[in-house]
Ligand binder design. Sequence first.
Ligand code: GP9
Ligand code: MN
Length: 626
Amino acid sequence: MFNREINMRLYIIASLLFGLKIYVVYRFLFNITIENPLQEIILFINPFVSAFFVFALSIWMNERRQLKFIKYIALIGTIVIYFNLVFYRNFTDFITIPVLFQGSNAADLGGSILGLVEIGDILLFADVFIIWILANKFGNHITVAYGKKTKLFALTLSIGFLLGNYVLAEIERPQLLQRTFDREYLVKNIGIFNYHIYDAVLHSKSKAQRVFADGNELAEITEYMEEETTIEGESDLFGIAEDKNVIFLSLESIQSFVINNTVNGEEVTPFLNDLIDNSYYFDNFYHQTEQGKTSDSEFLVENSLYPLSRGAVYFTHASNDYNSLPEILGENGYTSSVLHANNKSFWNRDVMYDNIGYDEFYDIASYEVNDENSVGWGLKDKDFFKQSMKYLQGMEQPFYSKFITLTNHYPFDLGEEDASIEPYNSNSKTLNQFFPTVRYTDEAVRDFFEDLKESGLYEDSIIVLMGDHYGISDFHNKAMSQYLDKDEITDFDQIQLQRVPFFVHIPGHEGETISKISGQIDVKPTLLHLMGIESENDLTFGTNLFLEERKDFIALRNGSFITNDYVYTKNQCFDRESGELIDSTNELVGEGESSVCQPMKEKVEKELDYSDQIVYGDLFRFYDFE
Ligand code: GP9
Ligand code: MN
């Protein structure tokens, strides 16, 4: 039946059978969420594209080798898929190299592995079986020695398919490979085999950088920290939260420009505005995140180190030694947890949280999520807080609990029933919709405060609120200038828009508004100070915000910075008060002269570089924090 006329070659049969199998596994055995038709299309074509690419390599070999190659590739591919499936049944996640070799995950699995194997799994090997029979019985009919033309044609075709797949994936999720986001996204967009290759590259890159570090770099860095970022002294607030719970709210995409502001004549954040009156509120507080978005802000808060300029440090350096907040709190009698109604593997949180010492992570599996209570990215904030109360009440005290909200996330979708205010009216749908979802989160926080009071937890806690990063990018500057009633959004304004709200609410305290420049890098030393935990030996780039003095700049991750006097960005130095351009290192400064921002620019670059050295070299493994 398989003769030259039909031209059904084994590599094509194998691609179809194997591709189909993989598709079925993706679609029905892994619980992959499909959010739109494009994802569905990618998920369907990817298995065939990947299978064809590998099987088509066989035609460069002689007939006997072709058969062998196809047989074993099908077998090995199936084993890889199968291992992932078994792993997935236990962890709802895909295998990464670190979990395979060093994670506690894999060890946990050891004992229970038999329980995850099902008899029907044998069907996963059906195509392998067919391929082996065909190869053994009809081998010489379904393979030939291919001519150069066919070889090149098949190769071009398979690379073309692969590129096509990649382009679709980029359309679906721009910067997928640079930013990673989530293993599930990777698998559904580039397929599980390409995902493993990607994971291996990522892993070896960070391993290599680590290998060349020996700890000698640390002396210079600690000296710098001692001089620049360690500020002696105590404030009245030292230990004010000792033995109290700390509830940390990470507010998705909330920027400072909505605070005490209105849209269509309505207050955007009435609850947060009122909260300012009885909180320590920082109105010049900057986010310092890059591509890792929320996870970068988490990293800053937990470590007082900078995230990376490329990729998400939560992904690239999740197994480093850190001296993280949850770990320190654990040593000081606190239990720690994170509550966030998303996939636990998003931003690799499950792995990172485990490493830095969180006791508990309440991810999407801890919540009841259905069509009624979700919008946009998932569970609505109000339901999220409501459903979280039972966990909070059950926690051993004192606890540190981080809540990460989600509703106010791009593209800022909200049902009419949840919108208390009208959208804005401009050419940017994104900005327009931003206001009602910000208001929604404001109300969710308001309700949460009520529930805390009702449960009695409020009195025993301090509540910290922080915007994680910007929600409105410079892409919407035209609409933004309309909203802010400005002719244009200058580079100076753009930096000022990177401010996010930061509140420390201590029940019974009147608080005050503090206008010193500050940022996410300062949160860790500030919290430890409030909790009465000495942190002199911590290596941090931030400083405690309740001291009179502080380090004299805030660096954004892209090298822009803010000092008391200046704002520097894109080679321009602005006066912070007036927003006037003082000089530009490109144009206005003549030869031999230098910008007034120059000395600080060098310092900022140095600090960012030191932080990178710590992360890339995993330098804290050489340091004794005791
Ligand atoms: C995802 C949530 C939002 O879990 O934290 O992520 P973001 O895109 O803002 O980083
Ligand atoms: Mn976010």
